[in-house]
Write a protein that binds this ligand. Structure first.
Ligand code: HSE
Length: 442
C-alpha cells in the first residue's frame, strides 16, 4: 500500500460488549496508537442493528449508522465484531473487494468459511487478521501462524471457551447448576449472543478448526471437528470427577494421528480435531485454569511444549487482541508490508474421532454379585482395550443390589473404546452406563 498521508480510516461493525471496548481503547489510547502506527486511527463509523439502543457513554452516537455497507466503502480497515455468518461474510467480502484490510473476531465465519475470506484477501492483496477469534486476549493465532512457521506442530490441546470453563468451574467449586452458571457467564459478558454456541461446543469447535488449519497447514472446517458440548455434564459427574482426583474441562484437541489400520508410530500423516468434555487430573496445569480463563498447549517437534494462558473471553481482553491486529494492519497501510496468506499446502487428511488415541473413564451401574466384574472385563478384552484402574463406588450412590463401577482404560483407539461401551450397554448385568468421559492430560 505505500505511504499514506492522512489518518487510517477504521470502520467498526458491531457495538456489543467487544465493540464498545474497541471504541474505548481507540479513544483512550489514541495518541499512543497513532505513534505506533505512524498515523492517527480515525474511527469513521460504527455499524449497529439498532440505532436507538442504550450505549456506553464512550460511544459517540454521531458515529452510529445502520448502513453497514456504505460504512465499509469508506474505510481503510474494517473491524468486524458482529459474529455469525451473515451479514458479516458479505460485508467483509465487500470490504476486501474495495481494498480494505480486515480485522475480525468472527470464529464462526472463519471456522466455516475461512478459505473464502483468505482467497478474497489474497486476490485483493489486503490483510486478514483474526487474533481475537481464538482465546480472547491470548496471543495464539500469531504464534501458531508466524512464530512456529518453521517448526512441525504435533498437537494443540487446550481450553478455548471461557463460558464453558466458567460454567464447569462454578459447578465444581460453588455447586451451581449448569443453567445458573450459564446465566452468570452471560451477565459477565463471556457468552456468545446465543449461549448454545458455547455450551454445545460450536464456539470451541470453530476455534479448534482455525487453530488446526494454522498448525497443520491444512484446511479444516468446523464440520471436520468432532464436537460434544457440556449439556450432558451433571452435578453427579462433577462429584465423581472430584472423587477420582480430576476436574471436567471442555477441551479442544487437534493432533497428528496414524493412518487408519496402520500401527506404525512414525506414521502421523493425518490429523483428528475434536472438542469434548474430558477428565483432567488435578495435577495437570489445565486443571488449574479457572473462571473464563483459557489455556492452550502447543507441542512442536523442535520447540517442545509451549503453554499459552490468559483471559479467553470478555470485552476488554478480546478488544486487546483486536487492537493488536488493528495496529499491525494500519501500520502496513502506512509503511507498506502485508501479513501472511493462507497456508494449506500440506493437505493432511482429517480423520474422524475413531482414529484418535485416548483413554476413557466409564461409569457403570451394575448388579452387585459375583462374576459381574469378570463379565465386564471380558468385554474390554474382546476389543483389545486394556484396563488401567477399576474402582467400586460408594454403595449409597447405587440402588439396592447394585454397585457403581468406574473403569479407567489405558490409551486405545476411540473406535475400540466406543465399541466397548456399546457392548457394555448390552450386557444384562449392566443396569446403566451412567457416563463416559475421555481422560486427557494424564
Ligand atoms: N463466548 C466465547 C467464550 C467468547 O466463552 O470463550 C470468546 O470467543
Amino acid at each position: 500500500m505505500g505511504a499514506h498521508d492522512g489518518a487510517v480510516r477504521v470502520a467498526l461493525l458491531g457495538c456489543g460488549v467487544v465493540g464498545t471496548e474497541v471504541a474505548r481503547l481507540m479513544t483512550s489510547q489514541a495518541t499512543d496508537l497513532a505513534a505506533r502506527v505512524g498515523a492517527p486511527l480515525e474511527l469513521v463509523g460504527i455499524a449497529v442493528r439498532n440505532l436507538d439502543a442504550q450505549r456506553d457513554p464512550v460511544i459517540d452516537r454521531a458515529l452510529l449508522t445502520s448502513d453497514a455497507a456504505s460504512l465499509v466503502d469508506r474505510a481503510d480497515v474494517v473491524v468486524e465484531v458482529l459474529g455469525g455468518i451473515e451479514p458479516a461474510r458479505s460485508l467483509l467480502l465487500r470490504a476486501i473487494a474495495g481494498g480494505a484490510a480486515v480485522v475480525t473476531a468472527n470464529k464462526a465465519l472463519l471456522g466455516q468459511d475461512g478459505p473464502t475470506l483468505y482467497a478474497a484477501a489474497d486476490a485483493a492483496g489486503v490483510d486478514l487478521y483474526f487474533e481475537a477469534a481464538v482465546a480472547g486476549a491470548i496471543p495464539l493465532v500469531r504464534p501458531v501462524r508466524e512464530s512456529l512457521a518453521g517448526d512441525r506442530v504435533t498437537r494443540v490441546l487446550g481450553i478455548v471457551n471461557g463460558t464453558t470453563n466458567y460454567v464447569l468451574d462454578q459447578m465444581a467449586t460453588v455447586g451451581l447448576e449448569l443453567a445458573q452458571a450459564v446465566k452468570q457467564a452471560q451477565e459477565l459478558g463471556y457468552a456468545e449472543a446465543d449461549p448454545t454456541a458455547d455450551v454445545e461446543g460450536y464456539d470451541a469447535a470453530a476455534k479448534a478448526a482455525i487453530l488446526a488449519s494454522l498448525a497443520f497447514h491444512t484446511r479444516v472446517s468446523v464440520d471436520d471437528v468432532h464436537r460434544e458440548g457440556i449439556l450432558g455434564i451433571t452435578a453427579d459427574d462433577v462429584a465423581w470427577a472430584a472423587e477420582t482426583g480430576h476436574v471436567i474441562k471442555l477441551l479442544a484437541i487437534a493432533e497428528r494421528v496414524g493412518s487408519p489400520g496402520h500401527d506404525d508410530e512414525r506414521d502421523t500423516r493425518g490429523i483428528v480435531v475434536r472438542v469434548h468434555p474430558a477428565l483432567v487430573p488435578l495435577g495437570h496445569p489445565l486443571a488449574g485454569v479457572r473462571g473464563a480463563f483459557n489455556a492452550v498447549f502447543v507441542e512442536a517437534e523442535a520447540a517442545g511444549e509451549l503453554m499459552f494462558y490468559g483471559r479467553g473471553a470478555g470485552g476488554a481482553p478480546t478488544a486487546s487482541a483486536i487492537l493488536g491486529d488493528l495496529v499491525t494492519v494500519a501500520r502496513h497501510r502506512v509503511l507498506g508490508g502485508k501479513g501472511p496468506v493462507e497456508s494449506s499446502y500440506a493437505e493432511l487428511p482429517v480423520h474422524s474421532i475413531a482414529e484418535a488415541v485416548t483413554r476413557y473413564q466409564i461409569h457403570l451401574r451394575v448388579a452387585d454379585r459375583s462374576g459381574v466384574l469378570a463379565q465386564v472385563a471380558q468385554v474390554f478384552a474382546g476389543h483389545d482395550v486394556s484396563i488401567e484402574v477399576v474402582r467400586q463406588g460408594q454403595a449409597t450412590v447405587a440402588g439396592g443390589g447394585q454397585a457403581d463401577l468406574l473403569v479407567v482404560t489405558h490409551a486405545a483407539r476411540d473406535a475400540a473404546l466406543s465399541a466397548t461401551v456399546a457392548d457394555l450397554a448390552g450386557l444384562p448385568v449392566v443396569a446403566a452406563v451412567v457416563s463416559v468421559l475421555r481422560v486427557e492430560g494424564a
